[in-house]
Design a protein around this ligand. Structure first.
Ligand code: AMP
Length: 554
């Protein structure tokens, strides 16, 4: 497929606002995608790689502006591009506003004004670009991008720019791709949903649906080395859990970072909740698995930092280990970590996603020697007093609280359902994505000081503001946050900047009030910064729906 054809379809999709019309337009695109179906299914969501794949393009806005500027001609520089961005508000519109291709290589341009760049070529170039590393990789990236922009007509440039900055924003989320796959290839939506959960790859699911139908989708299994999304929990109470299930599986809630273990019998790979490969920073977890388990497995659990007595350290300590790329041995000396397994998704060729939690826990226990402390304890109880005792023991041991799980529940990757409930004694916190900031004043003129917080809106594609946070942040944290956020600036207006939504803050607050001051219709009262959620991405941000629920439950 020509990239120009993809761009035309993307424009047609963008012109629709109703979900059913969007899905219908995606169906049209899928129907003519031919060999490029897998790529198109990703591109339409603004992804180049499957969701399980931790490769990223790693193209900052500035780098993209440079490539656009170079393709736009001699008298354009990245600042001009930024200026147009401030006027037009969106990088696609900026890219489409230039005449590209005037510089070189006009040779084989067709009537449509392009030289027939294909979807496959764009995909190949971007994949090569993602692989560039080390000295000179930035220059290579600009060169590659320039090459692509230089061959683009305005409509192609619009969607290319958005694709490389991962801001497609044509209203197509995972749900639309799921529904379009089902409709285009006449397979049940549930079969597509299930295959997506297991494989985390909308491209291959669409292709299998087209080539092999429902039975093909049913044949998609977990693969060791290909992470799945973690099953998530909702906040909940013991009373509700017992009312719904009669009895609950009760586990300690560890305050660490989620880790999925993939072991093929020889090699261990570890993945974070964002499905990033975190094997290298956590060698002791690798050793633990290699020395205790004798068959291929996929496990779910939490890595917790511990002090010399083995008592848990706060969540931030484990993040320091997660982020560490160099001097891992030294970091290991400074902060020890321990892995607690609480679920088992696969053992030696058998997927366990559809097996009830109780049975999965039995399989998990069977993997480790009886005296092992790796498997987290789990009690099944129907007595609120007993559950309160377990909770107190968890808190006394320095943990965060307890998890309540439906003993009959299957494992549903990526779902934040009611089958797992977290009960924390503290007031709830919110995970908000940072969408803007303000430069400080006086002594703090060089650092970003006040951060605009947003939550996810319904489709999962957009964000709405809920407040600003400036409290609870140390000077050192302000500095490192500034370093981290500055490359994400997409527009500046006086002291205020707009940020691409990437960094997630955990914030505490006293109360949620209704308010017309913010887009969400709610405002956090006395918000305070607690931590950067390095283990979470923008899609893990709490939803407006949760804010509404929290506001109502106050
Ligand atoms: P939260 O991050 O507050 O939404 O709480 C859910 C997280 O708690 C999960 O994603 C896990 O990382 C963590 N967690 C700690 N202990 C457990 C447990 N026993 N079962 C499930 N999740 C747990």
């Amino acid at each position: 497929m020509e990239f120009a054809t993809f761009a035309d379809h993307a424009a047609a999709i963008e012109a629709e606002s109703a979900e059913t019309e969007i899905v219908a337009a995606v169906v049209d695109l899928f129907t003519i995608a031919g060999d490029d179906l897998a790529t198109v299914a990703r591109f339409v969501q603004g992804r180049v790689f499957p969701a399980y794949d931790s490769r990223t393009l790693d193209i900052g806005p500035r780098l993209c502006y440079e490539a656009i500027a170079r393709a736009a001609g001699h008298n354009v520089d990245a600042d001009d591009v930024e200026q147009r961005l401030a006027d037009r508000g969106e990088i696609g519109a900026v890219a489409a506003s230039y005449e590209f291709g005037g510089q070189q290589g006009l040779g084989s341009f067709t009537d449509s004004g392009t030289d027939g760049m294909t979807v496959a070529e764009v995909n190949d170039r971007l994949s090569e670009l993602a692989a560039a590393e080390g000295d000179g990789s930035q220059a290579t990236k600009v060169d590659t991008l320039f090459g692509l922009f230089n061959r683009s007509c305005p409509e192609e440039a619009r969607y290319l720019a958005r694709l490389v900055l991962e801001e497609m924003r044509i209203g197509v989320g995972e749900g639309a791709v799921r529904d379009a796959t089902a409709a285009a290839f006449d397979v049940p939506v549930e079969a597509v949903e299930r295959a997506l959960q297991v494989s985390n790859d909308c491209g291959s699911v669409a292709t299998v649906a087209r080539e092999h139908g429902e039975s093909g989708l049913a044949g998609i299994t977990l693969e060791i080395g290909r992470p799945v999304k973690a099953m998530l929990a909702q906040a909940g109470t013991v009373t509700d859990a017992l009312a719904d299930w009669d009895r609950a599986a009760v586990e300690w809630k560890y305050d660490g970072a989620r880790v999925q273990v993939h072991y093929d019998g020889e090699t261990v790979r570890l993945f974070s909740r964002n499905m990033e490969d975190v094997t290298d920073p956590l060698p002791e977890v690798v050793e633990t698995i290699e020395t205790t388990i004798d068959r291929p497995v996929i496990l779910d659990g939490e890595v917790v930092a511990v002090d010399d007595d083995g008592d848990p350290l706060p969540f931030q300590a484990v993040l320091r280990r997660f982020r560490r790329k160099h001097d891992v041995a030294q970091a290991r000396e400074a902060i020890a970590v321990r892995f607690h397994a609480f679920d088992c998704l696969h053992v030696a060729g058998t997927d366990l996603l559809d097996v009830p939690l109780q049975r999965r826990r039995e399989r998990l226990d069977g993997l480790f020697p009886d005296d092992s402390d790796i498997v987290s304890a789990c009690w099944t109880s129907d007595e609120p007093d007993r559950i309160a005792e377990i909770e107190q023991a968890a808190l006394d041991a320095g943990h965060e609280g307890i998890m309540l799980k439906d003993p009959e529940s299957t494992y549903t990757p990526g779902k934040r359902g009611k089958r797992w409930r977290k009960r924390k004694p503290d007031v709830e916190t919110l995970d908000c994505v940072v969408t803007g900031a303000e430069w400080g004043e006086g002594r703090r003129a060089n650092v970003l000081g006040t951060f605009e917080l947003s939550v996810r809106t319904d489709g999962g594609d957009g964000y709405a503001t809920v407040g600003n946070v400036a409290t609870g942040i140390t000077d050192a944290e302000l500095e490192s946050l500034t370093e981290r956020l500055e490359p994400l600036v997409t527009a500046e207006d006086g002291q205020s900047v707009t940020l691409s939504p990437e960094v997630v803050f955990e914030v505490g607050y006293e109360e949620i009030q209704t308010s017309s001051a913010y887009e969400s219709g709610y405002a956090l009262r006395f918000p305070r910064f607690l931590a950067v959620r390095d283990d979470a991405g923008p899609s893990d941000t709490d939803s407006l729906e949760r804010v509404e629920r929290l506001a109502q439950s106050q």
